[in-house]
Ligand binder design. Structure first.
Ligand code: UT7
Length: 318
């Protein structure tokens, strides 16, 4: 049997930093409110002219270097993003051109904050069935461009960045299992209502009923943890690291309690990155690999929740 294994990771954050104190002069908010309600202290934002593909390329090159591979070794590119540079070509095709890769399939995948988990699920299946041997999976976002900077209930929450993983075919997992779900019935709770497709391009800003999303996220993520453990006959004590989507420290703490892990065993970057949507898990993953916390052979649980609603998990033997 063929499985997929993590060969390398990389990430990239734009240089510009916006602190909570900076936001106090943008909207009616305080550093204390943002820290207490979300855990966020600062976030990185793209500068004028900097694109989602720029972030994706930098993260991808670092992941390829960590894997000891050349771009030409890649035979599948999947970019999870909500903020593509253009309607088309896809950001994956733009990235493919930057990396001077030719011919392999390249496509974007849109599942908002669950995008990276969806992309891992898809790429793992390509590798398991033999359709790809070395896949580049990227989560990249310029979410700051989707924000209404006069809406204090959303603009304080998000940041920009990218994370990438190179997956390779292997005889043992690797990705043990992945679980993805969606329910469009909740589309109105977290959305960007406008788009060119519906003739409302002027309404292309994030709207969220935060409190309702919060409650649904905690319940649903709790269920996905159970589903993942049950599918593999594992118990909570088998998990070495939780790498959650970084939306809110209070949701992350609730998930740590659910998995019965001390916060030292949870990778938390929300204080430095804010919510970078599909980039948040690969960013956090790369941080904890590069600082030496996550070691080969350990069991990792990734989980995410986002607009749609979408939600999912990936269980990995690193
Ligand atoms: O990544 C995709 C999934 N997204 C999430 O998981 C986000 C889930 N939701 C959340 O993280 C939280 O609901 C928020 C951080 C968005 C909000 O926290 P909350 O504790 O649910 O606050 P709230 O929405 O109930 O608002 C409490 C109060 C309100 O004032 P009143 O009505 O009590 O007077 C808000 O108007 O806080 C006010 N408020 C703010 N105050 C200062 C809302 N935003 C701000 C702000 N600064 N930025």
């Amino acid at each position: 049997m063929t499985f997929s294994r993590i060969l390398g990771t990389g990430s990239y954050l734009p240089a510009r930093v916006m602190t909570n104190a900076d936001l106090e002069s943008v909207v009616d908010t305080t550093d204390a409110w943002i820290r207490e309600r979300t855990g966020i202290e600062k976030r990185h934002l793209v500068s004028e002219g900097e694109t989602c593909c720029d972030l994706a390329e930098a993260a991808s090159r670092r992941a390829l270097e960590a894997a000891g591979l050349q771009p030409s070794d890649i035979d599948l590119i999947v970019v999870a993003t909500t903020t593509p540079d253009q309607f088309f070509p896809s950001t994956a095709c733009l990235l493919q051109q930057r990396l001077d890769i030719h011919g392999c399939p390249a496509f974007d995948l849109q599942a908002v904050c669950t995008g990276f988990v969806y992309a891992m699920d898809v790429a793992d299946k390509y590798i398991r069935c033999g359709a790809a041997k070395r896949a580049l999976i990227v989560g990249a976002e310029t979410f700051s461009r989707l924000l209404d900077w006069s809406d204090r209930t959303t603009c304080v929450l998000f940041g920009d960045g990218a994370g990438a993983v190179v997956l390779g075919a292997a005889d043992e997992p690797g990705i043990i299992s992945s679980h993805i779900h969606a329910d469009g019935a909740y589309k109105d709770l977290l959305q960007v209502p406008g788009g060119h497709g519906n003739g409302r391009p002027d309404e292309a800003y994030v709207e969220m009923r935060g409190n309702e999303v919060f409650r649904f996220a905690v319940t649903t993520l709790g269920r996905i943890v159970d589903e993942t453990l049950e599918a593999n006959g594992l118990s909570r004590s088998d998990i070495d690291w939780l790498i959650p989507h970084q939306a809110n420290i209070r949701i992350i703490q609730a998930m740590a309690r659910k998995v019965d892990l001390p916060m030292e065993r949870v990778v938390v970057t929300v204080q430095d990155h804010g919510n970078t949507s599909s980039a948040s898990i690969p960013l956090a993953f790369d941080v904890a690999i590069r600082d030496g916390r996550i070691k080969r052979g350990e069991t990792l649980l990734m989980e995410a929740f986002g607009g749609g609603f979408t939600w999912g998990s990936v269980l990995i033997k690193y």
